[in-house]
Design a protein around this ligand. Structure first.
Ligand SMILES: CC(C)(COP(=O)(O)OP(=O)(O)OC[C@H]1O[C@@H](n2cnc3c(N)ncnc32)[C@H](O)[C@@H]1OP(=O)(O)O)[C@@H](O)C(=O)NCCC(=O)NCCSC(=O)CC(=O)O
Length: 527
């Protein structure tokens, strides 16, 4: 196919030229063939343009480089030069705010990335960075375009470099809507959020065939890198949905919670939910007995505007909850231990999950509210050998580095290192509150008594009675909020029913907080 073949006749005037342009545009818009579109639909997938229509406000999409074609030769490429080169790029709006987008067109070379395709993506990324607006990638591509060899690989490099440069400057959201292998999987890993759709999207560095050849393991594409695997086991995906429509609707919802760039604050949505609404239900929701589990989701629901929150990494590392929500219309990031999963302990995965979330909130001017009910870090050989020290340090580092408003509330227990890590006053929380059920201590009473009263217990006539007495004494002496309150380590002990009002008043006070870190190229965070 040549350009000349496609231009009808010899247009002699401007109207003729415009007709020619419209014909070319229509050809680019339609894509390769109806058969290819039917094949895409038959796989349960939408086309790139249908996806863009779902993502953006109706009629707002402005396409860039629609008439771009590759100039590669060899392997028959010189006769196959489709417009767009397999990726549709441009911008539009989501709820009236500018958003940039690129979408692989699987109908063209399986959405595989060649040189022209890559440079289109580079351009749209540069535009998004310059304009200070979020970038959404709708991924459905087979990785590097094999026929273009090293040029395709270099094209990926340019994307990765821009992803990294844009990190913390504009929100970057990757939506996985097809098989994404090799190079196609690295870019999403560099972005802020990864969305996947069950059954139709996969991410892996090497596919099942290579895995079988190298390790002998037999596995399906979904078993290796499907949405559930990445949302529950690897943590690569933040969100997983059953269909593309729901997935893209949730992307729009997320964008509504984020600022356009790191120089703006997140959008405020006025709320009818009264700022001083009491939460008496909290008095029964959280048992005073520190060993009894409860669902922290219900606490969050009670505190935030209209009970509405968006949980990130909902099914990975469930012992910690990370969510975006609004308090009196202002977006906040909530980090909360979940006593219902592994007693809310901090382990390797929970530390990694929360560290990335805290970092994201800090980058995008989202105040952080931390709800503590944590028995400590998870002991065990697996955890130690897996590097709990450096993974736990990631969370510590993220909090210590965060300059956004930070408020922490200790609901019940807060023991040892986990207490310090979860945004204690000593690592820079702006305000710390405690409920009367709070217990801040180096460790739980039983463990503490066994260590510090070991001799008295061993020498006693009735060791068990002595142990019980010592535990009781330790609890009475240390395990209540007033030790911390007396030392100024919590700013106030509050009635749980007043928590929403206290948080909202504290956030209002901190709205104009400004803090600078020491001048440096960048820190060297634990990895
Ligand atoms: C992505 C797939 C699972 C999709 O399978 P499907 O059965 O749905 O579709 P399909 O195989 O018919 O492919 C659709 C069309 O896309 C073409 N096609 C597929 N992969 C291509 C590629 N990488 N480069 C160029 N064209 C490619 C096919 O030839 C076909 O063209 P036509 O329609 O003309 O017949 C499979 O195509 C696949 O495994 N592709 C190879 C993936 C890969 O190894 N990529 C390189 C990664 S390495 C990399 O990126 C760098 C690195 O990290 O090392």
């Amino acid at each position: 196919m040549t350009v000349v073949d496609e231009i009808p006749g010899e247009p002699s005037d401007t109207r003729g030229r415009v007709a020619e342009l419209l014909a070319l545009r229509e050809q680019a818009r339609r894509g390769p063939s109806d058969r290819a579109t039917e094949a895409q639909h038959a796989k349960g997938k939408l086309t790139a343009r249908e996806r863009i229509e779902l993502l953006l406000d109706p009629g707002t999409f402005k396409e860039v480089e629609q008439l771009r074609r590759h100039r590669a030769t060899g392997f028959g490429l010189e006769t196959k030069k489709p417009y767009t080169d397999g990726v549709i790029t441009g911008w539009g709006t989501v709820e009236g705010r500018t958003v940039f987008v690129y979408a692989h067109d699987f109908r063209i070379f399986g959405g595989a990335l060649g040189e022209a395709h890559a440079t289109k993506i580079h351009k749209i990324m540069d535009m998004a960075i310059s304009a200070g607006a979020p970038l959404v990638s709708l991924n459905d591509g087979a990785g590097a375009r094999i026929q273009e060899g090293v040029s395709a690989l270099a094209g990926y490099g340019g994307i990765f470099q821009r992803n990294t440069r844009a990190s913390g400057v504009i929100p970057q959201i990757s939506v996985m809507l097809g098989p994404c292998a090799g190079g196609a999987a690295y870019s999403p890993a560099l972005t802020d959020f990864v969305f996947m759709v069950r059954e139709t999207s996969q991410m892996f560095i090497t596919g099942p065939d290579v895995v079988k050849a190298v390790t002998g393991e037999e596995i399906t594409q979904n078993g290796l890198g499907g949405a559930d695997v990445h949302a529950e086991t690897s943590g690569v995906a933040h969100f997983a949905y059953d269909d593309e429509e729901t997935c893209i609707a949730e992307v729009r919802y997320l964008i509504g919670m984020l600022p356009s760039n790191n120089r703006e604050n997140p959008p405020v949505v006025p709320s009818d939910d009264p700022a001083d609404r009491r939460g008496d239900v909290l008095l029964d929701l959280v048992p005073a007995d520190g060993n009894r589990p409860y669902d922290m989701h219900k606490v969050i629901e009670e505190l935030v505007d209209d009970g509405d929150f968006l949980e990130i990494h909902e099914r990975w590392a469930r012992n910690i909850i990370c969510a975006l929500a609004r308090l009196d219309g202002q977006v906040v990031g909530i980090v909360a231990n979940q006593p219902q999963a592994l007693a809310g302990v901090l382990d390797i995965e929970a530390s990694e999950k929360a560290a990335r979330f805290v970092q994201m909130c800090d980058a995008f001017n989202i105040p952080i509210v931390t709800l503590l009910d944590v028995p400590g870090f998870l002991p065990g050989v697996d955890q130690e050998h897996g590097g709990i020290i450096r993974h736990g340090a990631k969370l510590l580092y993220a909090y210590c580095n965060a300059t956004v408003p930070r408020i922490s509330l200790i609901l019940r227990k807060a023991y040892g290192g986990a207490y310090i890590v979860m945004d204690s006053q000593s690592i820079g929380a702006d305000l710390t509150y405690a409920w009367p059920t709070n217990e801040i201590a180096v460790m739980g009473a039983e463990g503490a008594a066994n260590v510090i009263f070991r001799r008295q217990i061993a020498d006693a006539e009735d060791p068990e009675a002595m142990r019980a007495r010592m535990v009781k004494e330790y609890k009475a002496e240390l395990m209540h909020p007033y030790c911390a309150a007396e030392r100024g380590l919590v700013d106030d002990v509050i009635d749980p029913a007043e928590t929403r009002e206290v948080l909202i008043a504290s956030l209002a006070m901190l709205r104009n907080k400004h803090a600078d870190l020491p001048s440096r190229k960048h820190g060297n965070p634990p990895q």
